[in-house]
Write a protein that binds this ligand. Structure first.
Ligand SMILES: Cc1cc2nc3c(=O)[nH]c(=O)nc-3n(C[C@H](O)[C@H](O)[C@H](O)COP(=O)(O)OP(=O)(O)OC[C@H]3O[C@@H](n4cnc5c(N)ncnc54)[C@H](O)[C@@H]3O)c2cc1C
Length: 331
């Protein structure tokens, strides 16, 4: 059988499987099915058992590498070294990681250690019988969408969060411990980089990628105070607050809330856009929301073209009315 496709897992601060890894593993399973190849997950962590078990819900086979140094140190070099050692033994064809800070670091180091190419920030991954994985990404600040493939038969892909909806497999996979690496790749001999402090992202911003409902504000909210009404509607709907880059750049709301090309990619059930024009760079971050509702006073705003419900009006008139009705209904 031609080379396998591997999902390289990532763990969260408490050793749990990162949400992105469920998405990556779901993607890898789907690709492997289409390609007729083996799908596997690899998890390198200090005490990886629990997260490896979670990963096994998504792929038929998981290799868990216990890396004690990963506990209190920056993980990228350690993960890359162990994965490179496993690749040398098992010869998979493609490695898929999350386009997260750690995922990007690991992908870059693996590219150097293995001499493979990397396609980054995928927002779509398909399979072509002749070319292998086809990777969609946006370039030039979201102005163009490209589809790329590897020129050889090996490669590394990083996938943006919320590109895929995580879905467990019908049957759980097996977990096996990784054999100790026979040859220690160079990155492993670098001095460990200890993590001195971890600072959690502020609550609302941290929740944005997982939120089922997002109410986002743009330049049309008029200033930092305008985000008051955005937050009120978000609260009434039980959702999180998002923003455009225009609002973030103006200093009205922290960067952690930014959605789009240079912000977060979100996939909520409901996305409410208030005073947002719908520029392509914003659209790429929220277009996969199940339902998009936009309030804009310009009937020709570009967001009208892809909103499911487009309300033409002043948000400061429309939104208080909506909030009042929601409260009347729930109270
Ligand atoms: C390389 C690059 C990367 C970028 N990355 C991102 C990104 O990650 N995320 C992002 O969002 N943008 C990004 N941008 C910026 C993007 O191109 C747009 O400039 C930005 O999204 C516009 O934000 P906006 O919709 O809030 O503002 P505007 O485009 O100014 O739109 C404001 C809208 O509010 C409406 N409005 C005004 N007042 C009211 C009112 N009272 N009631 C109702 N409607 C009202 C107006 O009709 C208008 O449609 C990027 C740009 C570049 C070049």
């Amino acid at each position: 059988m031609p080379g396998a496709i591997w999902a390289i897992g990532e763990t969260g601060p408490d050793g749990e499987l990162a949400r992105i890894s469920r998405e990556v593993a779901t993607l890898v399973r789907g690709l492997a099915e289409v390609a007729g190849r083996e799908a596997a997950g690899v998890l390198v962590a200090a005490s990886p058992a629990a997260a490896a078990d979670e990963l096994a819900a998504f792929v038929p086979r998981v290799v868990a590498a216990d890396e004690p140094l990963a506990g209190g140190n920056a993980v990228a070099a350690l993960v890359a070294a162990r994965v490179a050692a496993l690749v040398a033994v098992e010869q998979p064809a493609y490695l898929v990681l999350g386009a997260t800070p750690d995922g990007r670091d690991v992908a870059g180091m693996l590219a150097a250690l293995l001499g493979w190419g990397v396609l980054v920030n995928a927002t779509e991954v398909g399979w072509d019988a002749a070319a292998g994985p086809t990777v969609g990404m946006s370039i030039f600040g979201g102005r163009q969408l490209t589809t790329s493939a590897f020129s050889g038969e090996r490669g590394i892909i990083t996938v943006r969060p919320n590109t895929v909806t995580a879905e467990p497999a019908a049957a759980r996979g097996s977990v096996e411990p990784a054999a100790a690496p026979a040859a220690v790749p160079t990155a492993h001999s670098l001095p460990a980089v200890p993590v001195l402090e971890r600072v959690a992202e502020a609550g609302a911003a941290a929740a944005i990628e997982d939120a089922r409902v997002i109410v986002a504000g743009g330049r049309g909210v008029g200033g930092p105070d305008g985000f008051g009404i955005v937050a009120e509607l978000a609260e009434a709907l039980g959702g999180a607050v998002g923003a455009t880059r225009a609002a973030v750049d103006a200093g009205w709301i922290p960067y952690g809330h930014q959605i789009g090309q240079t912000g977060k990619i979100v996939k909520p059930q409901l996305y409410v856009a208030l005073g947002i024009s719908g520029a392509i760079q914003h659209k790429v971050g929220m277009q996969t929301a199940e339902t998009i509702v936009a309030v804009n006073r310009d009937p020709d705003a570009p967001i009208a073209e892809f909103a499911d419900l487009f309300v033409v009006g002043d948000l400061f008139e429309v939104v208080p009315e909506v909030i009042a009705r929601l409260r009347a209904r729930s109270g």
